[in-house]
Design a binder for this molecule. Structure first.
Ligand code: GRF
Length: 204
């Protein structure tokens, strides 16, 4: 499996995936790191690990179709057969979702379908969880479709919320679980163990 990791930010999940590959825990190659931010730290991580890195933003194209064709061209050029979103703060174009149907995952720092959707990212998620008074939060890995944080759920892990928690402490605890879960889920895909039937995902 040749994975492209899409990331807009610091890329700690990307790092966890790189580490899993290098430690032999994930039978995949990272063929590309793609970002919509030219200064994303994720791109620097790619360079350090000799992984092809690409910056591409729709803002630099006059027409949407040109952007989408360019993105598909880049994915083809790097022989990508799976896409892992890891803090990618843009919608994946529907043409790409279609081409990679059931082969794009995203990781979200809450238990979907709660606390997801447009604008629900980063510290805002954890703030909302605390303001709602939740006693538990967690991590979701799901298939990407054309709605934010909406596709079939592949795996979830719980994280207890304590009275002393702040958005920052919660973020830290959740992120630590993300780093364990995402490489594990990608390994299930690499091993061909994930079967998707509508919203229902079975891991065999
Ligand atoms: C993570 O919390 C992930 O769940 C969300 O964006 C964040 C990315 O963090 N989709 P990082 O860039 O991997 O450190």
């Amino acid at each position: 499996m040749r994975i492209a990791v899409f990331a807009s930010g610091s890329g700690t999940n990307l790092q966890a995936i790189i580490d899993a590959v290098e430690d032999g825990k994930l039978d995949a190659e990272i063929g590309l790191v793609l970002s919509n931010k030219s200064d994303a730290y994720a791109l620097k991580r790619a360079i350090v690990h000799h992984i092809p890195d690409v910056y591409i933003s729709s803002k630099d194209f006059n027409h949407r179709d040109e952007f989408v064709n360019e993105m598909i061209g880049i994915l083809d050029e790097h022989n990508i057969d799976f896409i892992a979103l890891a803090g990618y703060l843009r919608k994946v174009p529907p043409e790409v979702v279609e081409k990679y149907r059931n082969r794009i995952t995203n990781i979200h720092p809450a238990l979907l379908p709660s606390f997801g959707g447009k604008g629900m990212y980063g510290i805002r998620v954890h703030r909302a969880v605390l303001e709602y008074g939740c006693k538990v939060t967690g991590v979701s890995v799901h298939i990407v479709d054309n709605e934010y944080d909406h596709g079939a759920i592949v795996a979830q892990r719980c994280v207890p919320v304590n009275e002393q928690d702040t958005p920052e402490t919660l973020a830290k605890k959740v992120l630590a679980i993300e780093h364990r879960l995402y490489p594990e889920v990608l390994q299930w895909f690499a091993q061909g163990r994930v079967h998707i039937c509508g919203r229902l995902v079975r891991v065999v």
